[in-house]
Design a protein around this ligand. Structure first.
Ligand code: SF4
Length: 77
């Protein structure tokens, strides 16, 4: 389960985030490139833009379901 308490500092404010269990596989960056990208210095991905519209939301949901470690959440305050 993704943990909003463990989300990385570089996630943009909003309910979508990547937490500290990310293994930097880059899958979310491919599936939802408008919303996720990698932090190469720190070796993890993060949400740089919250999803807007149906298409981005669908891509984020696909990324969340596909993340191998369940590091993507959409339940942050
Ligand atoms: S799919 Fe999951 S493990 Fe892979 S980079 Fe994205 S958040 Fe990290």
């Amino acid at each position: 389960m993704p943990n909003p308490q463990g989300k990385y500092h570089d996630n943009v404010a909003g309910k979508w985030y990547v937490d500290d269990t990310c293994i930097d596989c880059d899958l979310c960056n491919d599936l939802a490139a408008k919303n996720f990208k990698g932090n190469d210095d720190e070796g993890h991905s993060f949400v740089y833009k919250q999803p807007e519209g149906e298409e981005e939301l669908k891509q984020c949901q696909e990324a969340k379901e596909s993340c191998p470690v369940g590091a993507i959440g959409d339940d942050a305050a």
